[in-house]
Design a protein around this ligand. Sequence first.
Ligand SMILES: *[C@@H]1O[C@H](CO)[C@@H](O)[C@H](O)[C@H]1NC(C)=O
Ligand SMILES: *[C@@H]1O[C@H](CO)[C@@H](O)[C@H](O)[C@H]1NC(C)=O
Ligand SMILES: *[C@@H]1O[C@H](CO)[C@@H](O)[C@H](O)[C@H]1NC(C)=O
Length: 448
Amino acid sequence: MELHIVHYKTSLGSLANAVNSNQSDALAVLGFFFEITSSDNEDLEPILSQLDDVHYANSTDLVSLSSNFSLKSILPDFHGHQAYHRYSGSLTTPNCLEVVVWTVFENTIGISEHQLSMLREIFETEEGETPEKLLYDNYRPLQDLQSRSITTSTFHWSYEEELNTGPSQWAQHFQACGGNRQSPIDIPNEDDVQYAENLGFIKFCGYEEMRVHTITNNGHSLQVNIRGNFYISGGGLGTRYQAAQFHFHWAKTSNRGSEHTFDGSAFPMELHIVHFKEEYGSVTEALNHPDGLAVLGFMFKVSSTDSESYDVILHNSSGIAYYGESSNTSFIRLFQLLPIKQENLHFFRYNGSLTTPPCTEAVIWTVFTDPVSISEKQLEELRHLHHIMRPSIPVTYGTIESNYRPVQRLNGRQVLKNFQFSAASRTLSAGIMLSIVICISFWITKNH
Ligand SMILES: *[C@@H]1O[C@H](CO)[C@@H](O)[C@H](O)[C@H]1NC(C)=O
Ligand SMILES: *[C@@H]1O[C@H](CO)[C@@H](O)[C@H](O)[C@H]1NC(C)=O
Ligand SMILES: *[C@@H]1O[C@H](CO)[C@@H](O)[C@H](O)[C@H]1NC(C)=O
């Protein structure tokens, strides 16, 4: 159902004058959609309880709504945020005069099936007229947009192209999304990627510490905000980058889901650990610099057994099933989330961007070759997170089924690798010990 609240321009004096004014903004009509709820919406009762008195068309008796009825009571709960779309249109019934500024809200009003069925019991015909005909299907079909444009109060980007807010639309609202160094990319076959000896390996500092972090559903992914000081250095980064948060990208099924692809092949999920350059002090400031962020990307592969490390994070996911919810993790070591707990990991390097709006081109990308293992059941738990706010009753729609951006053009950018030969010939070193030594030396230089 849709509710229309018709307003006329005050200076035109009356609704009739406004309709006949020929002015394209004579009327302002607000449109609100209804959503089915399991229980009745009490706020609609003042109207629905009077239906018996307007059962037939042209009932001459005027019916008064109870004196404590307010228009405001039937408006949606805006939660402090009105989201609406605006366009120039017409009355939706004859004579269809083109005098309306339309405002159609995303915020919805609740109504039960039972309440809707009451409306379907009133008549399109007058009392005594035969045959009697019930009043329903009283909506006009959609009209052509022609050359009109629709403006939106806020652009809610999404991954759903059908909603016109998906990745192909982002650049219209966020200029950087149409830039030349966008992410993700398809990383070419490793034989065609240049080996850069000077890159060396990424060093992880603090990653082995047991800490509690904050886990949140940001409406686009599961994100863990890192509490405490964790750094990476080495790997050709030049200086230290501090860890701020990590999050995941996945798809409806496991044949896709990663953002980066390797020579055209996708993985079921990708982890991004976002770090900002220490001297910039924060992610926000770092976004103003082309080398502001260092994001580590890790691919996943499906294994038959659950990953214990990831259970620690997913364990909290029911409490963050809906957009805007957050909770604290149990104690975790960031190291546990990585593919192997050592430091000489193989990676690809290129200059790119955030993979979500505003797509800022401020990221030095490090995409690791070794995948992390996770079970199909654990992936399924992530796919059940919702991008909508928690409704009064649990729902199965509105889930984040897919949240990866398609690969972007390379536009002549260089991709480098820190390894000469593939995984098999790698020498293992005492990675964790090494990282502790490095952290202490940083700590000493920082405090003296
Ligand atoms: C209601 O009354 C108007 C004016 O008398 C008339 O034109 C219209 O056909 C009537 N509607 C119905 C459904 O009978
Ligand atoms: C998480 O823990 C911190 C510090 O102990 C506390 O301030 C915060 O309220 C907690 N957050 C949640 C969502 O429980
Ligand atoms: C990234 O950009 C910086 C600054 O322009 C440049 O020095 C560096 O070589 C680039 N890295 C790659 C992998 O192209």
